[in-house]
Structures are given as C-alpha cells and as structure tokens.
Design a protein around this ligand. Structure first.
Ligand code: C2E
Ligand code: CA
Ligand code: CA
Length: 265
C-alpha cells in the first residue's frame, strides 16, 4: 500500500522535512542540523522512516525520496541565507541504493546549484540503511564499493562534506573507514546504550575518536540524551553531538537557528 501511494505522496507534499540540530562540543553552538523525513500519511498522522524506508529501498523509490529531501533541505538553506542566517550545514541521508544509481553526482550538483548554495552548506551522509547484499537485490549486477567511492570523492572535490553514518552498528564498519573518502564519522547511538560495560565502552569511543582524528576525520555522536553523556563525549575528544538532550527533530519551519553575529563597531 505504501509503495503504491509513494508517487502521489511525493506530488502531494506528504513527505515533511524535519531537522534535528547538531552542536559543537567545545562551545555548545549549533552549527547545523540533520534532515529527517516524516510521512504525513492521510488518516494516520506522522509515520516514521523506519516503517517505509526499507520498503522504498526494496522497490527503488528511495532514490526519488532522497533527492526530494535534498531539495527540501536546499530550499530551507536558501531561505536561511536570504534571511541573514549564519553559516549552517544541513546533513542529508542517502541510501546506498541512491548512491549507486547512475547520474547520482550530476543530480546532486543540479539540485544544489539550482538554489545557488555554497557546497559546504550541504553534507552528504553515506547511509547504511541497506546492506550491500540487500542493495544488490534491488540493483542486480552491482559491483563492490568502488563506484560509490568515486562519486563521493568527486563530490568532495566540489566542496561537499561527506559523512559516514551509524559507525559501529549494522553495515558501517572499520573496513570502510580507509575506503570511503569521508570528513565526518557519526558514532551510532548504540554506543551510548551500553551502560553495562561502561568502562570498556569509554575506551572504545576514546580510541575510535583518536583513530578518526589521525585520519583527519571529525567525529559526531548521535543519540545523546543526558548531560552526563554529553560531558563524557567531550572528555573523550568527540567533536560534535546530536540527540534529545539538545533537541528532538522538529519541523523545519520551527527550527530556531542562529543569525549572523552583528558587526562589531
Ligand atoms: P539515523 O540516520 O540514524 O537518524 C537518527 C535517528 O535517531 C532518527 O530517527 C532520530 O530521530 C533518532 N534520534 C535522534 N536523537 C535521539 C536520541 O537522543 N535518542 C534516541 N533514542 N533516538 C534519537 P528517525 O528520524 O526515526 O530516522 C530513522 C532512520 O531513517 C534514520 O536513522 C535514517 O537512517 C533514516 N532516514 C531518515 N530520513 C531519511 C531520508 O531522507 N533518506 C534516507 N535514505 N534515510 C532516511
Ligand atoms: Ca543519519
Ligand atoms: Ca543511527
């Protein structure tokens, strides 16, 4: 049913852009936000992505949704800049299915340039929703990661920031760290849920941060719910954070973002 409704829902504007702010841990300033989709499904209210993204990855229509969300993020950024907003980065999630499609590079450039945005305002998130094996089912004849690496490298050369999502969980792993051309590594929220072996988790996080920094990669942690977790991440050298402790994802029109600093006289 959801798959059948998808095209109409796109045209009818049923997919909504939510933004969850991201903060620098050194000064606790908001520097950007992550774009997260919600489906305002007629008769049901807001439906969360975990319910429909796997379906769309199976049918291939995730490609349309990912580009739609990129465009919504660009519209948001254009308004933000036009109303005198400070530098701001919006991260957009891309499924592996989308990254593998022909013309991915050109389509990203087309959309972002249509809104005349500085490329550094858009962060492309290498999504890990689907495993390579699942992605192969949707796109038969798929080869290993090389095509994705080439596209992401090309986008990076165009000034976009590239981020690897959900590090430490699922299909995102150490063996991609030296393959993907990334500037930002996102630690999965599961890291913070492991209360039982707290000391060990601390060591793991601290060393992952160190490893990332040695590779010139910044680290952001998601799922930060308490002040304690925030302090701990800061002590571990983590650069940025995102989570309910700071803010839940909010409808894009409700996000309060910093204005440019007034010129000092
Ligand atoms: P994700 O990329 O790992 O995004 C983080 C998820 O954690 C979001 O769930 C967010 O609402 C939730 N979250 C944020 N802070 C906290 C916290 O402090 N505690 C806890 N427990 N959870 C927190 P959401 O919005 O339901 O999104 C689920 C997944 O759907 C995302 O996981 C992402 O993989 C995918 N997704 C969302 N929008 C898009 C999209 O436009 N395209 C693609 N391909 N995937 C998307
Ligand atoms: Ca994400
Ligand atoms: Ca995650």
């Amino acid at each position: 049913q959801m798959n059948n409704r998808m095209a109409r829902a796109l045209e009818g504007g049923e997919f909504r852009l939510y933004l969850q702010p991201k903060y620098r841990l050194d000064n606790l300033e908001m520097y950007g936000a992550e774009a997260l989709v919600r489906w305002d499904y007629p008769g049901r209210g807001l439906v969360y992505p975990d319910e429909f993204i796997p379906l769309f990855e199976g049918s291939g229509s995730i490609v349309k949704l990912d580009f739609y969300m990129l465009e919504q993020a660009c519209i948001y950024l254009r308004q933000h800049i036009d109303s005198g907003g400070a530098d701001f980065v919006v991260s957009v999630n891309f499924s592996r299915v989308t990254l593998y499609t022909q013309g991915f590079f050109a389509a990203v450039l087309d959309i972002v340039d249509k809104y005349r945005l500085p490329h550094r305002c858009v962060e492309l998130v290498e999504g890990t929703n689907a495993s390579i094996a699942d992605t192969r089912k949707t796109l038969p004849g798929l080869r290993p990661m090389e095509p994705v690496v080439d596209k992401l490298t090309a986008l990076q050369q165009k000034g976009f920031s590239v981020s690897m999502d959900d590090f430490g969980a699922g299909y995102s792993s150490l063996n991609l760290l030296d393959k993907l051309p990334i500037q930002v590594l996102k630690l999965d929220k599961e890291f913070l849920r492991e209360n039982s072996r707290e000391e060990r988790v601390k060591h793991v996080i601290a060393h992952v941060v160190e490893l990332a920094h040695d590779l010139g990669i910044a680290v952001v942690c998601e799922g930060v719910e308490t002040r304690e977790q925030m302090e701990f991440l800061r002590a571990a050298g983590c650069d940025r954070a995102q989570g309910y402790y700071f803010s839940r994802p909010v409808p894009s029109e409700a996000l309060q973002v910093p204005k440019k600093q007034a010129e000092k006289v």
